[in-house]
Design a protein around this ligand. Structure first.
Ligand SMILES: O=C(O)CCC(=O)C(=O)O
Ligand SMILES: [Fe+2]
Length: 232
């Protein structure tokens, strides 16, 4: 069953609000083992599983979110521990897919924390690195609408240092090195290793994303982020 743990998390969001680059990149490189999975040569550990959920799977999960009134009066909801049948099934599906590094996919449970976010048209998310209390291997499912997520080198790679990564990469947190990634409904984004610890992710506030010469109009978007708490 769903646990009732609504409320705001004390996410350690960076102050910067993200890139001003209006252009979202298009696909270039696909994982050799899975041609639905895009990988990013500039951002090791970032994978985008295109169409991970088909339309009916997306609708079933969206309907479950509505039926359970997950958001109540707010636009964010959190669950800890048992994530409910839909997300438990989703986690099993992700585990089988091999989109996570093997060392992470074998942990049990794979995820024990979920955040649901609802974005009204044009709303964004401040650029941040997820809190250190969460393990490596974070996934984000997009539902209902597309949006561009902006990845940029971390202003403060402290977490990376704590994880034993060298401090020498990537470069500086300037917007020139920001990379915009189009997330479509049904896509699952995977952050692990450098992508999780060295790079911030955020969503610029805008109603339309430009992808190549295409204008992708945003609507209401729901995302589901799955993470694993580290032992305290
Ligand atoms: O909504 C998204 O796409 C990302 C959510 C996120 O980064 C988070 O909950 O930490
Ligand atoms: Fe995040």
């Amino acid at each position: 069953m769903w646990q009732d743990l609504f409320g705001s998390d004390d996410e350690d969001y960076a102050e910067d609000t993200g890139s001003t680059n209006l252009h979202c990149r298009t696909t270039t490189l696909m994982d050799e083992a899975n041609d639905n999975v895009e990988i990013f040569d500039q951002i090791p550990g970032l994978s985008l599983w295109h169409g991970a959920l088909d339309h009916s799977q997306q609708m079933a999960l969206t309907q479950a979110i509505i039926d359970a009134d997950i958001f109540g009066q707010g636009n964010q909801a959190m669950r800890f521990g048992n994530l409910g049948s839909h997300l438990t099934e989703l986690a099993a599906y992700i585990k089988e897919s091999n989109v996570l590094p093997v060392s992470l996919a074998s942990r049990a449970p794979l995820f024990d924390q979920a955040i649901y976010n609802r974005y009204n048209k044009g709303e964004g998310l401040i650029s941040h690195i997820d809190l250190a209390k969460f393990d490596d291997g974070i996934v984000v499912l997009s539902l209902l609408s597309s949006c561009c997520m902006t990845m940029k080198p971390a202003a403060n790679p402290q977490q990376a240092i704590q994880q034993g990564y060298s401090t020498t990469q990537p470069t500086s947190p300037d917007d020139a090195t920001a990379i915009d990634i189009l997330l479509r409904p049904g896509d699952i984004l995977v952050l692990s290793g450098p992508a999780r610890y060295y790079w911030e992710h955020g969503i610029a506030e805008r109603e339309v994303d430009i992808v190549g010469d295409e204008m992708v109009v945003r609507g209401t978007r729901i995302s589901v982020t799955l993470r694993k708490l580290l032992p305290t």
